[in-house]
Write a protein that binds this ligand. Sequence first.
Ligand code: DGJ
Length: 724
Amino acid sequence: MSEILHEGNLFHLRNRHISYVLYLVPGGIPAHIYFGARLESIRPEPLLRHMGVSADENFSIQGCALDRLSQEYPSFGLGDMREGALSAVGKDGTDAVDLRFVSASEENGKPTLEGLPATFGTDCRTLRLTLRDAHTGLKAELLYTIFDDLDVIARSARLTNDGSSTMWLTKALSLCLDLPDSNWELITLNGAWARERSIYRRALMPGEQGTGSRNGASSLQTSPFIALVRPGTNEDQGEAIGTSLVYSGNFTASVFVNQYGGARLLAGINDRCFRWHLDPGDGFQTPEAVLVYSTSGLGDMSRTFHTLWQQNLLPQRWAHKPRPVLLNSWEAAYFSFDEEKLLSIAKAAADAGVDLFVLDDGWFGHRDDDTTSLGDWHSDLKKLPGGIRRLGERVRALGIQFGIWMEPEMISPESDLYRTHPDWCIHIDGRESVTSRNQLTLDLSRQDVRDFICDAVAETLQESGAVYLKWDMNRNFSNIGSALLPPEYQAELPHRYMLGLYEVMERLTCKFPDVLIEGCASGGGRFDPGLLYYVPQFWCSDNTDALCRCQIQYGTSLVIPPSAMGSHVSAVPNHQTGRVTPMETRFAVALSGCFGYELDPTKLTNEEREALRGQVAVAKQTQTLRLDGRFYRLRSPFEGNETAWMTVSQDQSQAVFTAVRSLAQPNFGPPLIRLRGLDPRRCYRIVETGEIFGGDELMESGLLCPFPRGDAASLLYTIEALKA
Ligand code: DGJ
């Protein structure tokens, strides 16, 4: 159970494992006192003295260096030299904000955040702290939610102009966490197209460090996640604080180490390209930031994120529902197909036991390459004489379901839509528009554009009878301007876009609750908790090479559960790297996520097609375990020649173990890999070898892994507990 203890000026949120404590220093500034392992009680005085403040004296800004005070929601410009969480330009043109305590209240559960995705649940308690700046009248309501059974604090802020004149928010972050020391290492996820989310870890240094995106999406280059870990923290032990934003647009996640050695963690909307206009009475809601705390290492931190997203964020009708094994046409056919070719692929997929055939890009307008037609969502009758309606019917007649690809947020300059509505894209009047992949971004801040998208998607789904939609998004923002926004509102566009996207997602998922939507953004370019609120799975990367996928999926798993990662077996030589890897390894790696295929099965040998049938059967047998199980990383591809991970059922009776060795190396014995998450008192059978081991033996001594010969070799074991 969670509880909020309120005694005098002290607020103590805690559950069985963690405590979060804040204190109102005299004058009403909320100071941060503690975040960490559960405490029975805490005296704020020593921590305040550590910050150079006495809780007893009559606190004044002059009497206490704000620069040393750990604060809950600080602003730059009043003596604190660190970066702040909030700034707002008022009528006098200055931008400092001095928030002082007004009131506090508590509630069971967790309020929704207007217009934004956020975690939900009744298994939690929320503290609402109301603060106000007397100079401008800016009011802040800080929400703190603590969960009963998860070591999580969720935070957000609602800002309201409670004054009498207009003001502009120029920074409105979701989270500030001031830590008393900086003996931490910072972990970020960074990468690029086809190599998303590599893990980077380095010691904190004085000054500012971190990550962020200004691309208009959480991006391929990074992820709205950072972790602080003590030196020596590994998968199984050590202190870790992870933070993740439930947001899909521009963000910042940074740590500032100041002159006193304290570390300030900040996360929220990136203030580049952000200025929000607030007339008296207007409000602004920040996205939610989630803090996870663990003393049991990175593995435990990740499992807390995974469980939180699974139980308290993902659309619940999908969270525990086995997903169809699908075959996607992209790498099988690209833009070059006709109805018969697609049907022959779908037929071979159906023969292998695949549940769903997905028609990717190229089915609409005159889309023979990526230069045209985005926005013209009507079938290309040259390729599909009966349109997507007849194709859908003929696919279903084969005994499998039909799914379809769209890129609804985009417009090709070479399209009827653009010719009719040249002002519907993001652009700056009078400037030449910069295209990327020959396309422009629709302006989702506009209601007419959002209505168009909802109608186009609805018509496509209805016409084709698709039960699955791959929602792609393949470029970042440029020429950031909207035809409808007045000049003083233009800097609101990036966030208004996200609000528009979330509105569209909300409308479509309500209208089509049974359609499974898989997110995609040139691969994993918007694979974040904000989108996971609407779509239960996301195409993890355009890179389908099994060895590259070991890194991409391992890095992604720091914050996202593998059960949400679209991962497919593709053909060799791999289309992204040219590498040839064994079919078994491609299968083992793809099986760790939302499993499917990205190849033309008609081009496989009979033997390979037979193998497909076996793979699909294994994927279906292990579906529930992989969806609901607990994920353990065992060997990091960033640290050596091997990758290993396993998923263990909640009751510890079953597990799937995957290990990959990148390069064959002569004259070494097979590695011993220590398993995790099993019951040490039970005995387990490795189904594929028939061997029986104690759970303790597998976890302490390790499992011998005799990889087959050759590069990119793998082992895939299903493990079952023996009946007692
Ligand atoms: C980018 C996606 O990541 C690919 O999977 C594919 O759908 C292409 N777009 C289609 O244009």
